[in-house]
Write a protein that binds this ligand. Sequence first.
Ligand SMILES: [Zn+2]
Length: 548
Amino acid sequence: MKEEKIIHILVSGNYVSDDVVSKAKKDAENKNQSVLDYLFSNEIVTKDLVGQAIAESYDISYADLNSIKPSREQVFKIPEEIARKLRVVLFDESEEKVVIATDDPIRANLTNELKNVFASRDIEIAFSLSEDIDEILVYYRDVLSKRLSEVVEDGERVAPAVITEIFDDAVIYQASDIHFEPQEKEVVIRFRVDGVLSEKGRISKELYGNILNRIKVMAHLRIDEHFATQDGSIRYISKTNKSAIDMRVSVAPILDGEKVTIRLLSQYTRELSFADLGLSVNHQQIVKKASKKPFGMILVTGPTGSGKTTTLYSILKMLNNPDVNITTIEDPVEYRILGVNQIQVNAQKNITFSKGLKSIVRQDPDIILVGEIRDKETSEIAVNAALTGHLLLSTFHANDSATSIPRLIDMGIEPFLLASTLEVVFAQRLVRKVCENCRFSESHEISALEKDFHGISRYFSDESVTLYKGKGCEICGSTGYKGRTGIFEFIDIDKEMKELIMKNPSSDQIVELARKKGMRGLFEDGIEKVKNGITTIEEVYRVAEPLE
Ligand SMILES: [Zn+2]
């Protein structure tokens, strides 16, 4: 359904007022956002509300597939072909009646076509949102390994068909990486989903030869080169949902052949809004306050894969208005943002972080994003830019927020320059979120937990606590987890902290002052999310440590 029509339905159903919509239209245009996305990200409407409004406009009920998921057995009562053609899912049933959810309720002959399936039972049509229908239609998908063997048996144009199956699966299951790992006899295919790598299938080495060649062609790499690493990129259009995904391809020779690693750039984090990062209200305010200043530096620290870049992008998206000039220098450019000038680091063309940054500063931007501060030269130019009327966002490789300050000073930044530019520095990690579809709760004695999780008891004041877990279901691929969120440790650089930084402090001194001002450590922030049922203690221990 077209966005305009949905907006019209929301207004005529009195779900939002005309005034709100006209303001949203203006603001959304400034931010290069769709009006609906704007309404969602500003929490003016929810997905369920939109579903209800559309259902009401059709004068049928709303099937909330988002919170009530039919079982696999129920779904399979409608054959796949019909389900996909009519975009229908069995939502509820009794002896006399079935409730069918669809995103296309006005389709001609809908009930008639379903009559063959449900014989004498009454058919009630209900409305569901397209993305929720899509999520249920995934039930029909066989596991990748089974489909791959079918493709191979089929024998026609095998290599391209296998690649399509693998790429589409990666898109559907929101994998961030695909690995083809040649072993002695076979090639193992693995996906990384929510940060965790798992095997999805195996193919023969003979077939892999063709697949490798084809991937190299798609990525504009040399097919006759087998002994050197090569990097390229593919823009892939998913067969299943027709979306375009940018992939970064890297080929490396290993003992048993050539290993291919494909990163799916930002395909699902692209929509990530500032509100979705997992920042507490207090942390959101600190970032908003710092990013509204006309100059200064906002730094995010954490190891590789901790979500630093995503966080900076969502801050940038929030600040992206036609009246500000934003320029970035990145390695690589992971997300393209409309209205932002993005420069890619390129060693061959001699564009390094420091050289790129130098030329950016000359172009008078208001906001600069530097992918990473890696060396003395970059740090000096960055601090200078932040001093001279630019808001500078960057990442820095450090374990926690407190150690990054002495490390920047060690790198050669004068303490007084750092003190006068740094506005906020925060560390972050990613934890997996408990699957909302199969989440259940259990009460635990703290004393029993302490045996498994040393140091946990000091974070709970009661004797027992309710903890949440995922049982494992279709939606989460039996892992009990779906999606990720950030945990954070913030240091707001106020006057007192600036004075301390000028004295070239140790990280312990910084922690001491920050704690005095109420800083919450990474582990503590994680435990808050455990208490709220968002993640598990296991996840928090995986990425952070309790206080000694
Ligand atoms: Zn689940």
